[in-house]
Design a protein around this ligand. Structure first.
Ligand code: 5AD
Ligand code: SF4
Length: 345
């Protein structure tokens, strides 16, 4: 126990932990408060008190993949599928800009309707609005990623989901871990800011495997790490499994902040879904980014990755006002910069 206290205190300045140290911290809940406080200090020292807001646009819920955990998987026929037109996407991007958000995140299922030409047209139009642009649209070829970069996209989010290869294989029919890593490496090579991350609390996921996920984030030199608890989704093969806990996901996040002190870490919607103010707890335990949803009401209701998603009953305007108030109430400020990753280590 005293040992773990020292391990955490050392990591505050060395930003390194061994796999077995991470596992011990994950297994031992008596050091949680120290872990969260230390991650908060590291966050303050490296990325300051500013919180970056990124406007999220869920522009298509059509997906050719069948990830076992996800409500949008292809075989889920209960989902009403939608795809936005270019004009709708641009209206939402403009709305995000009017709210003062400096980044727009375009997220969708793996929808091949949006081929490289369509995507590049969307990217070019959004970049005319003088916003930073993040894509979260799945696994593509090097050439496609290059075309997006050339069209002006700045960042790309692609979670590794889990580094446990056996588990990865079980949960992702006709996908491969190797290709996912290839995608992340291609994105890095092309000069994107790369965000990845994992699900916490998947069935058969061990603390050892979570520790390896965290070390993977460091190895791949991620610019951003997004983490969320697994939340069982109806009409999926994992619907009757247990979900992840907020404590475990906050611990994984705080450990990530210790090891990657200057990156961007969002307080995610899935955290808020597990517990009201889960997102604020995350902001006080290492996170420095929030991604408010700007998707219109009708589409947002259909973007059912998991049930009970926080914020479904608020308009984008209401959501913006409430999150800004909450952020300021904990002594933090809203950034008016683009929030790029400033490497200091
Ligand atoms: N619970 C929590 N997060 C999920 N995701 C997909 N399904 C679920 C679920 N049931 C996450 C994945 C994916 C992101 C877009 O949503 O990590 O990368
Ligand atoms: Fe499709 Fe993404 Fe859901 Fe997998 S997690 S089924 S790729 S939307």
């Amino acid at each position: 126990m005293t040992d773990l206290v020292n391990v955490i205190k050392n990591a505050q300045s060395t930003h390194s932990l061994s796999e077995s140290e991470i596992v011990e911290i994950l297994k031992n809940d008596t050091v949680n408060e120290l872990l969260f406080d230390t991650a908060d200090k590291v966050r303050k020292q490296y990325v300051g008190d500013e919180v970056h807001l990124r406007g999220l646009i869920e522009f298509s819920n059509i997906c050719r993949c069948n990830c076992f955990y996800c409500g949008l998987r292809k075989d889920n026929t209960a989902v009403q599928r939608y795809r936005m037109a270019l004009e709708e996407i641009l209206l939402l991007a403009q709305k995000a800009k009017d709210f003062g958000y400096k980044t727009v995140v375009l997220q969708s299922g793996e929808d091949s309707f949006f081929d490289v030409d369509k995507m590049c047209a969307i990217i070019r139009e959004i970049k005319k609005l003088d916003l930073a642009l993040t894509l979260s649209i799945g696994e593509k070829s090097y050439e496609e990623y290059k075309a997006y970069k050339d069209a002006g996209a700045d960042r790309y989010l692609l979670r590794i989901e889990t580094t446990d290869r056996e588990l990865y294989k079980k949960l992702h029919p006709s996908m491969s871990f190797e290709n996912r890593v290839r995608c992340l490496n291609d994105l890095k090579t092309l000069g994107f800011e790369v965000g990845t991350g994992c699900l916490v609390g998947l069935p058969h996921q061990s603390d050892e495997s979570l520790a390896r996920d965290i070390l993977f984030f460091k190895n791949i030199d991620a610019d951003m790490i997004g983490l969320g608890p697994f939340i069982p989704s109806p009409q999926t093969p994992l619907q009757n499994e247990n979900g992840g806990t907020l404590i475990k996901v906050l611990k994984v996040m705080a450990l990530t902040r210790l090891l990657l002190p200057d990156i961007n870490i969002p307080a995610t919607t899935a955290m808020e879904t597990l517990q009201e103010n889960g997102r604020l707890l995350a902001l006080k335990s290492g996170a420095n980014v929030v991604m408010p949803n700007v998707t219109d009401e009708e589409c947002k209701q259909k973007y059912t990755i998991y049930p009970g998603k926080a914020g479904l009953n608020n308009t984008a305007q209401e959501y913006r006002n409430s999150i800004v108030k909450k952020i300021e109430a904990i002594g933090r400020t809203i950034s008016n910069g683009y929030g790029f990753h400033k490497k200091t280590v």
